[in-house]
Design a protein around this ligand. Structure first.
Ligand SMILES: C[S@@+](CC[C@H](N)C(=O)[O-])C[C@H]1O[C@@H](n2cnc3c(N)ncnc32)[C@H](O)[C@@H]1O
Length: 223
């Protein structure tokens, strides 16, 4: 099935951001943390950068699971970041999670992070290298990378089935977002092709649920 890009990269409409923040993504966000735990079963006391953090549910879950971690979280949508800051403050995490309003490709993120995280951003990007090049620029040698996203179904019928299974009770704005996201998602082959143009080509690219793919592993260099 042909990819149909998202109409807008950013989720900067207040109603759209609020509907997203109020939705229950616990299944996929739990999966994200479990995938990172498989890479870091013990402690992780380094610095992490979450790209396209949205309402910051993943940084908050990450901070709870890894009490020694410090997290920078970036999104280009001010509407999302306002909700993210409220969630961070409400969870008493303001000392450990810092938000940055930046549009990828981001300039000036020179810090070398120990972990590069991103969930559900890749399919928003018309140029996926905006994500992969940012990861290359911000990762220290040996850093852990975990990028999870939707996987484009093979047919419109499969899209309808996934929307019916996972979003039938959701508000209309979220159902439309989910459907558009499935059409905009990349395939495993496309992601492998994107990575082939970068130094990240050693990362594993695999399907990790009926609707998700993950790109994960450690970068070459010192552990
Ligand atoms: C589907 S949400 C995912 C949010 C969060 N990672 C999660 O898993 O709940 C995608 C987020 O990426 C942000 N985004 C999309 N394109 C972006 C870009 N080029 N630069 C920065 N943020 C972007 C959107 O504003 C939105 O908040």
């Amino acid at each position: 099935m042909k990819r149909i890009p998202e109409a807008e990269e950013l989720m900067d409409q207040q109603d759209q951001a609020l509907a997203y923040a109020e939705a229950d993504f616990s299944a996929s966000n739990t999966l994200f943390i479990e995938l990172f735990e498989a890479l870091h079963p013990g402690e992780f006391g380094g610095t992490a950068l979450d790209l396209g953090c949205g309402p910051a549910d993943i940084p908050i879950r990450f901070a709870r699971r890894y009490p020694g971690a410090k997290i920078d979280a970036l999104d280009g949508a001010r509407a999302m970041l306002d909700l993210a800051q409220a969630a961070i403050d409400g969870n008493g995490m303001a000392q450990r999670i810092h938000l940055h309003c930046q549009h990828l490709p981001a300039a000036g993120l020179a810090q070398e992070y120990d972990a590069l995280l991103s969930n559900s951003l890749l399919h928003h990007l018309n140029n996926p290298l905006d994500l992969w090049n940012t990861i290359e620029d911000c990762a220290r040698p040996g850093a852990t990378v975990l990028v999870m996203d939707l996987l484009r179904p093979e047919s419109p019928r499969q899209v309808d089935e996934l929307v019916a299974e996972y979003a039938s009770d959701a508000p209309e704005v979220l159902r439309r977002d989910f459907q558009a996201s499935l059409y905009a998602a990349y395939t495993l082959e496309e992601v492998r092709g994107q990575l082939a143009a970068t130094s990240l080509q050693g990362l594993e690219v695999a399907q990790v649920s009926d609707r998700h793919l993950a790109v994960r592993g450690r970068l070459g260099g010192a552990p």
